[in-house]
Design a binder for this molecule. Structure first.
Ligand code: AMP
Length: 217
């Protein structure tokens, strides 16, 4: 996969994001954006679909956490960002980063993963959250039972998208994608982006900004 997006920023303040988001980034301990953050936060904020390929450890999580937090209207207690990850551990890590970086925005985040009480998930959704981070199984379950509603969803993020879009998860993923509103943007992040995945993504993505950060960066 080649890149088709050139615009970059050197510093977080060049993103022109909400002050409380910028405060959260610095309080978390990020001073300067990593390569993937310099490139891929902007298209998310600008409302583009994004396919980003970068190694693990390159700052992918920060990229989509910051991008999606800028899109969220915190005065509206509705699910506006949905992040899917193939493992509970990864979902938990992502949840933590939202909690820290979203601290000053007073963002409400919910972890929807298997192995926790379904009733707790249901109650938390009824009380209202801005962001849901979960694994496809529990998320789809909550969607089918109509506890999770996506009418206000602004972005769907797939982390480790290569795994999520391969056999074990693909049917669940197709079901979830079929339930997002038409204006919702889709962002894929992965360390590898096999051709089959890029081809498959063309079925549900709209003119994505493609960003490839090479290993040596
Ligand atoms: P990730 O690739 O998202 O798993 O991030 C890998 C590690 O890099 C994590 O420990 C992050 O907290 C850290 N990290 C990501 N972005 C930055 C940044 N801009 N400045 C400092 N550390 C960062």
């Amino acid at each position: 996969m080649g890149s088709n997006w050139d615009e970059t920023v050197e510093n977080f303040d060049e993103l022109n994001i909400k002050t409380d988001l910028l405060r959260g980034i610095f309080a978390y301990g990020f001073d300067k954006p990593s390569s993937i953050q310099q490139r891929a936060i902007l298209p998310i904020i600008k409302g583009r679909d994004v396919i980003a390929q970068a190694q693990s450890g390159s700052g992918k999580t920060g990229t989509f956490v910051i991008g999606s937090l800028e899109l969220i209207d915190v005065t509206k207690l509705e699910v506006q960002a949905l992040v899917l990850a193939p493992t509970r551990e990864l979902a938990q890590q992502i949840y933590n980063v939202y909690t820290y970086i979203g601290e000053f925005l007073k963002i409400k985040v919910l972890n929807l993963i298997g192995g926790t009480a379904v009733r707790d998930s249901k109650n938390a959704l009824e009380n209202g959250v801005h962001v849901v981070v979960g694994s496809p199984g529990r998320v789809l379950d909550m969607l089918k039972k109509n506890h999770l509603k996506l009418a206000y969803l602004k972005c769907l993020i797939l982390d480790e998208a290569d795994d999520l879009l391969s056999k074990g998860f693909l049917e669940n993923m197709k079901d979830i994608i079929s339930l997002i509103p038409p204006e919702c943007r889709i962002n894929l992040f992965s360390a590898t982006m096999p051709k089959e995945i890029v081809n498959l993504s063309s079925n549900f993505m709209n003119n994505p900004a493609k960003i490839l950060v090479k290993n040596e960066e």
